[in-house]
Structures are given as structure tokens and as C-alpha cells.
Design a protein around this ligand. Structure first.
Ligand SMILES: Cc1cc2nc3c(=O)[nH]c(=O)nc-3n(C[C@H](O)[C@H](O)[C@H](O)COP(=O)(O)O)c2cc1C
Length: 189
């Protein structure tokens, strides 16, 4: 797949066979994650955790169910996840940390798509987990790191076909002129 096909084929997969991806596939996802741009080049403030242990996955799901007051399966049956953690510049998570984590997550999702692997970003579950130190300890993170979110991954029967225009955002344009008149040729996606 070329880069545009991969971008347009990427989608959130919420249906998994339960089979794990191979070690070499996981390595490729992690390499893609490490290739992400990171604010002020602080790669040392980023940490990735590969979770292939159903006990840990279940503990996060149970915490989510408790926090929401109803049964919750935020990992959609995926057998593995890559948790993206950051060491905050200050005491709390700020926009840079979330931006860094989001970019890493998207690189993982694009690489997964190129390999035909299912993936989906999971964020709210990790925000709800922040209040449960015992749960966070299961991730065995280095001192000072906080999880921002994760990408669940796994084998899927879903197919990946480029679907350009599946989503749309409103766009305005400033200073693009034609025959001296301001126009917005980008109004539709
Ligand atoms: C920051 C972020 C957090 C997300 N968290 C979740 C989540 O917790 N659970 C989930 O099923 N999808 C989650 N998603 C996936 C979005 O719902 C999905 O990207 C959106 O609906 C567009 O669909 P698509 O990814 O198939 O194009 C998240 C996406 C982002 C960018």
C-alpha cells in the first residue's frame, strides 16, 4: 500500500479473531511508533508497553466497568495492546504529552493497516485508570511515567480498502485568490 492508500484504508477495528500478532509484526508496529515526531525531541519522555497478558487487559476492563457503573469491554476482544505513556514536562498531562501520544498512536495504526492488522485507539479507559494506582502499577512503568492511552491490536477478519472521503471536516481558507478574488476551493472534502 502506498501512503495515501494506507491513510484512507485505516479504520478503527472493533472485531478481532482473538489471535495475537507475531513478534515480527509487533516489532514493525513499535518501529513505526519510534519513528514519530516528538516535541523538542524528548524521546526519553515516551514509553511503550506491549501488553499481551489477558489478566492485565481484563483488569483495565474491570476498572472501566466499575468507573462507568456498567459492564464495559473497551478493548473489543483484542488480544494485545500497546500502551503509550509519557513523562509529563510538569506535574500533570499537558497538550504536548497528549499530542506526542496521539502521533505515536497514529503511526502504530497506519503501520497496522499496512500489515492488514486490526487496530483502534483507546483513550478514555486510561483516563479512568489514572485514579487506580494498583492498576497502573501492573504496567511496570519507569518512575514518573503516566499512560495517555493505547492502541489495541490483533488479527481481524476485516478487510482494509482505501475509502477516501469516509470522514469530512469543515475547512475555511484565507488568502487563496483567483483573478484577485478570495475563494475557498477546499470547502468540500
Ligand atoms: C484520541 C482518540 C481516542 C479514541 N478512543 C477510542 C476508544 O476509547 N474506544 C474506541 O472504540 N474508539 C476510540 N477512538 C476511535 C474513534 O472513535 C474513531 O477514530 C472515529 O470514530 C473515526 O473512525 P475511524 O477510526 O474508523 O476512521 C479514539 C480515537 C482517538 C483519536
Amino acid at each position: 500500500m502506498n501512503i495515501f492508500d494506507t491513510i484512507y484504508a485505516r479504520k478503527s477495528v472493533r472485531s478481532y479473531t482473538g489471535n495475537k500478532i507475531s513478534q515480527s509484526q509487533m516489532r514493525q508496529l513499535l518501529d513505526a511508533a519510534c519513528a514519530s515526531p516528538i516535541a523538542v525531541c524528548r524521546y526519553e519522555n515516551m514509553h511503550l508497553t506491549v501488553v499481551s497478558d489477558s489478566v492485565i487487559m481484563n483488569a483495565f476492563e474491570e476498572n472501566d466497568s466499575r468507573a462507568k457503573g456498567q459492564e464495559s469491554h473497551p478493548f473489543h476482544g483484542a488480544p494485545q495492546m500497546i500502551v503509550i505513556s509519557v513523562k509529563p514536562f510538569e506535574s500533570d498531562l499537558q497538550n504536548m504529552e497528549y499530542a506526542n501520544a496521539g502521533i505515536v498512536a497514529e503511526n502504530i495504526c497506519l503501520a497496522a493497516t499496512a500489515l492488514g492488522i486490526g487496530s483502534c485507539m483507546i483513550w478514555g479507559t486510561f483516563r479512568r485508570a489514572l485514579a487506580n494506582q494498583e492498576l497502573l502499577d501492573m504496567l511496570k512503568l519507569p518512575e514518573g511515567f503516566i499512560p495517555c492511552g493505547a492502541v489495541i491490536v490483533g488479527e481481524t477478519e476485516e478487510k482494509f480498502a482505501p475509502q477516501k472521503g469516509r470522514h469530512c471536516m469543515k475547512i475555511n481558507s484565507l488568502g487563496w485568490t483567483e483573478e484577485g478574488k478570495e475563494i475557498n476551493p477546499f470547502v468540500n472534502c
